[in-house]
Design a protein around this ligand. Structure first.
Ligand code: IPD
Ligand code: CA
Ligand code: CA
Length: 276
């Protein structure tokens, strides 16, 4: 089945803005209905309402497509099933959202019927920015093309997220290696937004030891389209397993890969990327 990328990109950009406005209206109104899923892990009425909106809009526009979202489980689509699959996180950075911090976003990716992510749209409602990429068509921020200069590891900050329900050791080891080369880390509390910042050249890289597809896929498309490098989330053919993610500006990719490569067995590093 041929998937129309340009049509889906325009649709996703509009949808991400609408979804972001809905979520923001909940944050601004305050007094949220919040339920704990675990330690420092919440779901709010805003997450649920925003995912419902996204699912409804996709269902209306592309009834044949599948949807994998964080908040509503359903029978999970298999990669390569022949149908496009939307992978959505209605609010990435819920801890920040609940804490009334501005760093959270709506993350929307689309994976083609062969299991290849080809579209990534990340909307930061607080900053009023939409980061968007379609394979082969580069990256835009609010509709404007961007170009990203090469930045080395000490030319900026490296985003590092830490998953709540995974061992500390991989994060601590990565930080130790980063500090050993005078690098510094930044944690904005939203993996998707941090990945968008790498694509935009604002962070020189990003690492988190355990992420889900809805945290990672939109950012992966953005980074690859910006000329940067990222591990491939679909490397094991699965959209549903969690796994480590490393992404970098082209100028920092080899140095960051050297700090983390043992966490990515079988994964192509930046040296191989140019040949992919
Ligand atoms: C989380 C955020 C956070 C990351 C966690 C994610 P959520 O997503 O992306 O930055 O460190 O691993 O689970 O729960 O806010 O959608
Ligand atoms: Ca998330
Ligand atoms: Ca979420």
């Amino acid at each position: 089945m041929v998937v129309d990328g340009a049509e889906r990109r325009a649709f996703a950009e509009e949808l991400a803005v609408e979804a972001g406005e809905l979520a923001l209206s909940y944050q601004e109104q305050g007094d949220l209905d919040v339920r704990a899923k675990g330690v420092l892990d919440w779901v709010t009425e805003a997450d649920l309402a925003t995912e419902r909106l996204i699912r409804r809009r996709i269902g209306d526009a592309f009834p044949q497509d599948r949807v994998l979202g964080e908040e509503e489980s359903e029978s999970v689509p298999q990669a390569g099933s022949g149908h496009a699959t939307w992978v959505v996180d209605p609010i990435d950075g819920t801890t920040c959202f609940v804490s009334r911090l501005p760093s959270w976003c709506v993350s929307i990716a689309c994976v083609d019927g062969g299991g290849r992510p080809f579209l990534g749209v990340i909307r930061d409602p607080g900053g009023a920015e939409t980061f968007s990429a379609l394979t082969g068509h580069g990256v835009t921020i609010n509709g404007h093309d961007i170009s990203v200069p090469n930045r080395g590891i000490t030319d900026g900050l490296v985003g590092v997220g830490h998953p709540r329900n995974a061992p500390d050791e991989p994060t601590l080891r990565f930080l130790q290696r980063l500090f050993a080369v005078d690098g510094l880390f930044y944690n904005c509390g939203s993996a998707s937004l941090a990945l968008a910042y790498v694509a935009a050249g604002r962070l020189v890289g990003f690492f988190e030891s355990d992420l889900r597809a809805w945290d990672a896929l939109a950012g992966e498309v953005l980074i690859r389209e910006s000329g940067g490098w990222s591990t491939r989330f679909m490397r094991d053919g699965s959209m549903t397993t969690s796994k480590p993610v490393l992404a970098a500006n082209r100028g920092s990719a080899t140095a960051l890969w050297d700090m983390a490569r043992e966490m990515f067995p079988g994964c192509a590093g930046p040296e191989q990327h140019s040949a992919e």
